[in-house]
Design a binder for this molecule. Structure first.
Ligand code: FAD
Length: 371
């Protein structure tokens, strides 16, 4: 068995960012990602009707918040531009199905940042920095066992179901706590307290469903509307301008206020048609002339949500990782997923922060051992 210096599990933002840093530090690693694409909760669709293949529409995260300086620095480092969320214009509020939607002037929220072309561009830029021999897609880690100082990592190829056991000294887990509990057999290596904490801490936004419709022009802006709406009627409860840049790849997105169980009971095409009808009622007839529409139920994605995420109301994750410092250090185990961050846990910024903390601990271990 070929022993690796570091194995990273998970190729979302935290895992890819970690891999990027390890490349720069010349620390050998291999990264396993269960899906056949990188990005995890950063997932975007290319606008099919649009010739510009560099514009993506985000079905996962949309915003970089003003205080998210690590994300801003990463975008700058990878030569990606930010732009301001479009909020100019009036906001629409729909209180009840028997009452017409109200137009509210100057009702906009805070000024948030977006990544030009969609957040998936950041994932592509990170992937491009990695050596191809250092990562494997469609490789789901199915069990972890610690034998003396060595981690045995069982990896299943999701395409042909073949299984390989890899060994490593240092294990970097870049995925949410509940997925670690679900897939990575903590009964073999974690204390009771750590196991309990892994199940208890929710995955941020894991049960959300997002809808996007793309348009060849921003008809709402032309009508003095921001593209922002709040609705108690549904199916979408909150809608925003989701254009891929300020002046291209025009789109609207909304969060659907239904549980993943409810979503399963509808046909996706029926739900999409309901969303388009809602956009018509809020922003006018032009909404029916969309180019493409997409719907992603994160609660039904087995590499994001667990039964607990589906059953519980959404809540912010708070892991208090420091209480497990000793245990993690004795295991040579590093927790890099966003939910483990001490700041902005669950957010994009949290993914970078948690990964930075994990990398600095790993660096100490690796440099100590090599001297
Ligand atoms: C709808 C939605 C909207 C959001 N909006 C925002 C926003 O506007 N701003 C913001 O800051 N944040 C937002 N977030 C949160 C943001 O997406 C996350 O904080 C961030 O993407 C987390 O990155 P991560 O790498 O820690 O985890 P993930 O992206 O979850 O990555 C984990 C990776 O591990 C992989 N994996 C899982 N199990 C295994 C296994 N057994 N073996 C191998 N690989 C495995 C997964 O496939 C995935 O690629 C949103 C999230 C969603 C879903």
């Amino acid at each position: 068995m070929n022993k690796k210096r570091v194995i990273i599990v998970g190729g979302g933002l935290a895992g890819l960012y970690t891999a990027f840093q390890l490349e720069q530090l010349n620390i050998p690693y291999v990264l396993f990602e269960a899906k056949d694409v990188f990005g995890g909760r950063i997932h975007s669709e290319k606008p099919k009707g649009n010739n510009d293949e560099s514009l993506f529409h985000d079905l996962g995260p949309t915003w970089i918040f003003p205080h998210h300086y690590r994300m801003k620095a990463l975008a700058a480092n990878l030569e990606q531009n930010l732009f301001h969320q479009h909020i100019a214009g009036a906001v629409v509020y729909h209180e009840h199905r028997n009452i017409a939607p109200k137009i509210i002037k100057n009702g906009q929220g805070p000024l948030l940042h977006r990544l030009e072309g969609g957040l998936y561009k950041l994932i592509l830029a990170l992937q491009a920095k990695l050596s191809k021999r250092n990562y494997q897609l469609s490789c789901q880690v199915d069990s972890l066992i610690k034998v003396n100082d060595t981690w045995q990592v069982t990896v299943k190829n999701t395409k042909d179901a073949s299984v390989v056991i890899h060994e490593t000294d240092n294990l970097m887990l870049a995925l949410p706590p509940r997925l670690i509990h679900e897939y990575l057999t903590p009964a073999h290596w974690a204390s009771e307290a750590l196991t309990k904490a892994l199940v208890a801490v929710p995955t941020w936004m894991a049960n959300q469903t997002k809808f996007i419709a793309t348009y060849n022009k921003p008809f709402w802006r032309d009508n003095g509307l921001a593209g922002q709406a709040f609705s108690r009627v549904g199916p979408m409860i909150e809608i925003h301008d989701a254009s891929a840049t300020d002046q291209q790849g025009f789109a609207l997105f909304g969060f659907i206020g239904l549980s993943s169980q409810d979503i399963k009971s509808f046909s996706i095409e029926h739900l999409k048609a309901q969303c388009i009808n809602q956009l018509k009622s809020l922003f006018g007839e032009a909404a029916q002339h969309y180019e493409q529409c997409y719907l992603k139920s994160w609660g039904n994605d087995v590499h994001v949500a667990t039964d607990k995420d589906r059953a519980e109301p959404p809540a912010h994750p708070d892991f208090y990782i420091k209480r497990f410092s000793q245990e993690l250090s004795s295991l040579n185990l590093y927790l890099a997923g966003s939910e483990f961050s001490e700041e902005d846990a669950g957010y994009l910024e949290g993914a970078i922060n948690a990964a930075d903390t994990a990398i600095s601990l790993l660096k100490k271990e690796v440099l100590f051992k090599s001297h």
